[in-house]
Write a protein that binds this ligand. Structure first.
Ligand code: FAD
Length: 378
């Protein structure tokens, strides 16, 4: 058993942190304020190989694994969660769906340009009547000659305002439950419109919007995977994403903790740094324990997935534990900074606002507990 990163992984982690601190952290507060996504950053990340890290070299990727992805996303999220959410939806949702489910032609037309940041992807499952219940969608795809005609609306589709294509789910056989297929829809397709970004509590730079489809024609070669296999294909393609989502949460928790630790050492009340109070020391001890435990669960799940072992339970546990720990730690970190953590100039309030959605996306905590319980034979 070896808990240490290899020298290569450690060098890679350090380089990623340096990149995130130089290119992302300095614009985090401003983009949180202006809600504008730095699209040009994706090109820079593509040039450095980050977007293709987990994908096959045949399509321009880096042949990396889940542990590599976890290391990268912890560092990116530590710099800006809102900016990282856009990268996540492009890489971990849209490109991963194509890499795992698509055929060679689809990978050449969408995955390879996505890795090069020439095309930005978005993923749409959620609808007004279907969130956790991904099979309850009402968007329809009717077969028509050599294509399909899509009608419906997807909600909370992150990246859709800046995307070149959207991978989305549609009902292809209404006569049977789960008769759902996935499609790659070009953003410029006639009949497809995207709303203004939806205003949310946190993750401000990420562009999350509604996508409306009115008689949108999609060629049959853009159906992703077999017809009516959309739900099982999505569940398989996105199982590894929970590992990355857990690492994402750890990144925010880590910087929230660092900020609080520095503050309690500096802040003097009643003639001494507030860190001299044991109650505050214990709170920081618990926060750090949460971060270490979350990282161990996450790296273990990544290791299992990278070694071809069953990992669904462990990835779900890592995601539930890390995202709930991050939300708790960010709230405590803000509290430890009193009024100064609550002012808009403090990153503490941003970390607090950014964490909660991680307990909702990629399977809510309740849904993932259902997954864990099922894996336990319950
Ligand atoms: C900022 C942001 C970005 C997003 N980006 C995307 C995106 O890019 N693509 C996309 O498709 N979606 C996206 N979403 C949507 C997200 O995936 C959904 O919000 C999520 O799947 C939950 O669905 P819901 O909000 O409809 O909640 P619901 O499913 O209605 O759940 C509401 C509550 O009920 C609980 N609940 C539901 N069913 C059960 C059950 N069986 N047992 C116990 N509890 C249950 C849930 O855990 C939750 O607490 C985004 C959301 C946000 C806020």
């Amino acid at each position: 058993m070896n808990f240490a990163l290899t020298e290569e992984q450690e060098t890679f982690r350090r380089a990623t942190r340096a990149f995130a601190e130089k290119e992302i952290a300095p614009i985090a507060a401003e983009r949180d304020e202006t809600n504008v996504y730095p699209v040009e950053l994706l090109q820079l990340m593509a040039n450095l190989g980050y977007l293709g890290l987990k994908f096959p070299s045949e399509y321009g990727g880096g042949d990396g694994g889940n542990l590599d992805a976890a290391l990268v996303f912890e560092e990116l999220a530590a710099a800006s969660a809102g900016i990282t959410l856009g990268i996540y939806c492009h890489v971990v949702l849209a490109l991963t769906a194509i890499a795992r489910i698509g055929n060679d032609d689809q990978k050449r037309r969408y995955l390879a340009p996505g890795i090069r940041a020439e095309k930005i992807g978005s993923f749409g499952s959620t609808e007004a009547g279907a969130g956790s219940d991904i099979a309850a969608i009402s968007t329809r795809a009717e077969r028509d000659g050599d294509g399909y005609v899509l009608n419906g609306a997807k909600l909370f589709c992150t990246n859709s305002p800046i995307a070149d294509f959207i991978v989305l789910s549609s009902v292809t056989d209404a006569t049977r439950g789960g008769g759902i297929s996935l499609f790659i829809v070009d953003r410029g397709a006639p009949g497809l419109s995207v709303s203004q970004p939806i205003r949310t509590l946190g993750m401000h730079p990420a562009q999350t919007a509604e996508v409306v489809l009115e008689n949108v024609r999609v060629p049959v070669e853009n159906r992703l995977g077999e017809e009516n296999r959309g739900v099982p294909n999505m569940l398989t393609a996105f199982a590894e994403g929970r590992i990355v989502a857990a690492a994402f949460a750890i990144g925010i928790a880590r910087v929230a903790f660092d900020l609080a630790r520095k503050y309690v050492l500096d802040r003097v009340q009643f003639g001494q740094p507030i860190a001299r109070n044991q109650v505050i020391q214990h709170r920081l001890a618990d926060m750090d324990t949460g971060i270490q435990a979350a990282r161990l669960l996450t790296h273990q799940a990544a290791w299992l997935a990278d070694h071809g072992r069953p990992f669904v339970k462990e990835a779900s546990q890592a995601k539930v534990f890390a995202t709930e720990a991050a939300a708790r730690i960010a709230a405590q970190a803000m509290h430890l900074q009193g009024a100064y953590g609550y002012v808009i100039e403090s990153p503490a309030q941003r970390y607090y606002r950014d964490t909660h959605v991680l307990e909702i996306g990629e399977g809510t905590s309740e849904i993932l507990r259902n997954v864990i319980a099922k894996q336990l034979g319950l």
